[in-house]
Design a protein around this ligand. Structure first.
Ligand SMILES: [Zn+2]
Length: 426
């Protein structure tokens, strides 16, 4: 059990992760949070960037903090904000220790490495309340579990939990414990975690002394990059609601932080689940963290296309190169994209487009018949092409800042923040 005297940096009820691959859009992103604050809803921005992303772009965590701080100063933002060391582990966390006050501790790789029989027995003996009938407020049918089932679940997750503890203590040993918030992520794995599994995981994390404020399970269905959710919506909604009920229960039962909430990764563009999520948050009076990343880089491309002239030419060049290097770009993301090659326009097709046509193909406006989800996914993973263009790409971002910023802000506000936290069809 954690020491209740140690209070971690407290996350607000609603936090929202934004990614800014090239560190030029923090101000335009923050503007969307200003807009929703003006509507009376407080959502705290969290700038997230993973180690992998830093390596591809050649950027440093300190740069994320500087860009965020500059945006906050420029807009006179007086509320909170955070910088998330996204998907770190023991090997990669150190370079984030100065810049980040939010740590996404990724233990997915340790899931499934079986724990010893003795460890399983010890856990079940410590937690007799997890065996038999478990009644949870908000869930109609009680969970009915056997000793063997609980042992099986802890057998699958014990090492991941222990790893989360090791990483948390590593960070806490190098930063003031009151200076950061901890997320535990298990989303980058094959199988979704069921609500009973989530309960066992939370009990074990509490035993391990990890004061987590957000947890990112893998949900049912596909969370492909940059496009809508694919899966059974009713099943997702049920699972999401059950997870909320489990979290509220675990907070009471295991003295976890009272603001513990779900974190939805690859949350950008999942338009069809925003209304179910919103309903569930209202019914359970629950908080939420939702992460987006690449959606902003795509708005840069949309803005370049709309700018016309050299901006449009650059957007076309990036698409042409992405087509050529398609396999290398898609490889690392194979499990989170579904591109139908037959639906990708050729470079010649795209060469004939004007800026509006290019923007319409790329912009995630499902009702627009020109919208092309395959082109969008390819460009989503194509940011390495822009990274390789280096200063030429960055100069274009500066030259066309105004039209890009307009797209970045309205994408976050109209298509993400508003449907999630205010409600309104897209
Ligand atoms: Zn993730």
């Amino acid at each position: 059990m954690q020491d209740p005297r140690i209070m971690p940096l407290e996350l607000s009820k609603y936090t929202f992760g934004v990614g800014d691959r090239f560190t030029h859009q923090a101000r335009a992103q923050l503007q969307a949070f200003v807009q929703i604050a003006e509507k009376g809803v407080e959502v705290t921005p969290v700038w997230n960037k993973s180690n992998r992303e830093h390596l591809i772009i050649g950027s440093e965590p300190d740069g994320v903090r500087e860009a965020a701080a500059a945006a906050v100063a420029a807009l006179g933002w007086e509320r909170g904000y955070h910088v998330d060391a996204d998907h770190i582990n023991l090997e990669t966390v150190d370079r984030f220790l100065d810049a980040s006050d939010f740590y996404t501790v990724d233990v997915a790789d340790a899931i499934g490495e079986p724990a010893s029989k003795a460890e399983q027995d010890e856990f079940v003996n410590r937690h007799p309340e997890l065996v038999g009938e478990i009644r949870i407020a908000g869930i109609a049918q009680p969970f009915v579990t056997t000793r063997e089932e609980i042992a099986g679940i802890i057998g699958k997750y014990a090492l991941a939990v222990r790893e989360a503890g090791r990483i948390y203590r590593h960070i806490a040993g190098r930063r003031d414990e009151a200076s950061f918030a901890t997320e535990v992520s298990m989303d980058e794995t094959d199988q979704p975690q069921t609500p009973p599994e989530l309960l066992v995981i939370l009990a074990a994390l509490a035993d391990e002394g990890v004061p987590l404020q957000t947890i990112a399970p893998k949900f049912t269905g596909r969370f492909n990059k940059g496009v809508d959710y694919v899966g059974d919506l009713a099943q997702f909604e049920q699972e999401f609601r059950d997870d909320l009920a489990v979290i509220a229960h675990a907070v009471q039962e295991y003295a976890l932080p009272g603001n513990l909430k779900l974190s939805v990764h690859s949350g950008s563009d999942k338009f069809s689940i925003y209304a179910p999520i919103r309903r569930a948050l209202q019914d359970f009076d629950a908080g939420l963290h939702l992460k987006t990343a690449g959606t902003t880089w795509l708005e840069e491309l949309i803005g370049l296309a709309e700018a016309g002239g050299s901006g449009l030419e650059l957007a076309k060049e990036i698409y042409r190169e992405a087509l050529i290097h398609r396999e290398a770009l898609c490889g690392p993301y194979a499990t989170v994209i579904d591109i139908d090659l037959a639906k990708l326009p050729t470079a010649e097709d795209v060469a004939a487009w004007d800026g509006e046509r290019f923007a319409a193909a790329l912009r995630h406006q499902p009702s627009d018949p020109r919208y092309n989800a395959d082109l969008r996914q390819l460009l989503h993973v194509g940011f390495k092409i822009a990274a390789n263009l280096g200063e030429r790409y960055l100069a274009a971002l500066r030259e066309h800042e105004e039209v890009i910023a307009k797209n970045v802000t309205s994408n976050l506000y109209e298509r993400h923040l508003k449907p999630l936290f205010i409600g309104n069809a897209i």
